[in-house]
Design a protein around this ligand. Structure first.
Ligand code: UT7
Length: 322
């Protein structure tokens, strides 16, 4: 052997063929929660922007939610399960740490022997997974990737804690990513602030999600817009060219603050939180899938995705809407 090892041929770019989404059937309203803890519909709507959320039953976990969303994305992509060679499942709320849920989801969807792993970057997880999928494709390591964000936050919530039980919810979103000479996924801008990892955390296996709401709020409304703007800059897209801005659905006030700072004057801003709550790593593909399904955004136009949350981790990229 001389001159080093053989490596795959690189590909010009990657693009998204289709999104999919899934939410459990059970709707939990603010009034339902007000019957259990000291809160009210007006406080939740004005401080967080949530009117209702979906909560999964005992028969639906990370795998089931992911199978529904992944199956829908796969059907919309026109690809066959046998075309998928990598499955990445972003989650921070799995029931168990192993085995990887991605492998089980792949098996249930009839995807034979793909590379499969779970990825945890909390609420930024989908953007991290999409960046990883795009890099795998461009390096020639994978050809078609199923990327899923699946969260069952309800199993890590203290239902007597009004500061968290009104926020988080369950759901899944997915995207099928393929090789493309014309790039449809811009460079990912990602990072983390581990010095603030105590701001949102589950302390141990017997604990629930706790967060320092105001500290996270200040961070999200100050540190994230520059990340989003850098993603636009690196993709060569001006904010006014964006057709959609899809921030992680953490809090409607945070979403509006980021959108104002990005100055995407012609974009539809995702507000899926109103009816879905905060589904962590699922919120971005869930919101994007529903915007496309409703016909809110034109195919081929650029959309900005920006995730942020526990870690504190963040990631953003511009995509071409499928
Ligand atoms: O997805 C991961 C990333 N996470 C985030 O981005 C979350 C960022 N933070 C937030 O979205 C907000 O900080 C929260 C929604 C978590 C809280 O909203 P806030 O406007 O920051 O409220 P606060 O924590 O400052 O609380 C204000 C008051 C307090 O009462 P006092 O001390 O002023 O008497 C709370 O005890 O509101 C009270 N409060 C509530 N009242 C009614 C807290 N939760 C509730 C509630 N209903 N559910």
């Amino acid at each position: 052997m001389s001159g080093g090892l053989r490596v795959p041929e690189t590909v010009g770019g990657a693009r998204i063929l289709a999104f999919g989404d899934y939410q459990p059937a059970r709707v939990v309203t603010n009034d339902d929660l007000a019957a259990a803890v000291d809160t009210n519909d007006e406080w939740i709507r004005s401080r967080v922007g949530i009117a209702e959320r979906r909560i999964a039953g005992d028969d639906e976990g990370i795998v089931e939610l992911g199978v529904h969303a992944g199956g829908k994305a796969l059907a919309g992509s026109g690809l066959d399960p046998s075309d998928i060679d990598l499955v990445i499942l972003a989650t921070c709320s799995a029931e168990t740490p192993m085995p990887a849920h991605a492998a089980i989801v792949a098996h249930r969807l009839g995807i034979h022997a793909p590379g499969a792993f779970d990825l945890n970057a909390a609420c930024a997880g989908f953007c991290y997974a999409l960046g990883t999928a795009s890099a795998a494709i461009r390096s020639g390591t994978a050809r078609n990737v199923l990327v899923i964000g699946s969260e069952k936050m309800s199993q890590w919530i203290d239902w007597t804690d009004r500061s968290t039980c009104i926020i988080f919810a369950d759901g899944a979103g997915a995207a099928v990513v393929t090789a493309s000479e014309t790039p449809g996924i811009g460079p990912v801008v990602w990072g983390s602030a581990g010095d603030q990892s105590d701001k949102i955390a589950i302390a141990d296996r017997h604990s629930f999600i706790r967060q320092e709401g105001q500290a996270v709020f200040r961070w999200a409304t100050s540190a994230i817009a520059p990340v989003a703007l850098e993603a636009c800059e690196r993709a060569g897209v001006r904010p006014e060219e964006l057709a959609a801005v899809v921030p992680h659905q953490a809090n409607l006030r945070i979403i509006e603050a980021i959108a104002r700072k990005v100055k995407a004057t012609n974009a539809v801003v995702a507000d899926d939180i109103v009816h879905s709550g905060n589904t962590s790593g699922a919120s971005i593909p869930l919101a994007m899938s529903r915007m496309i399904e409703r016909g809110d955004v034109p195919s081929g136009a650029p959309a900005l995705l920006v995730g942020f949350g526990a870690g504190l981790a963040y990631a953003a990229q511009v995509i071409q809407i499928p």
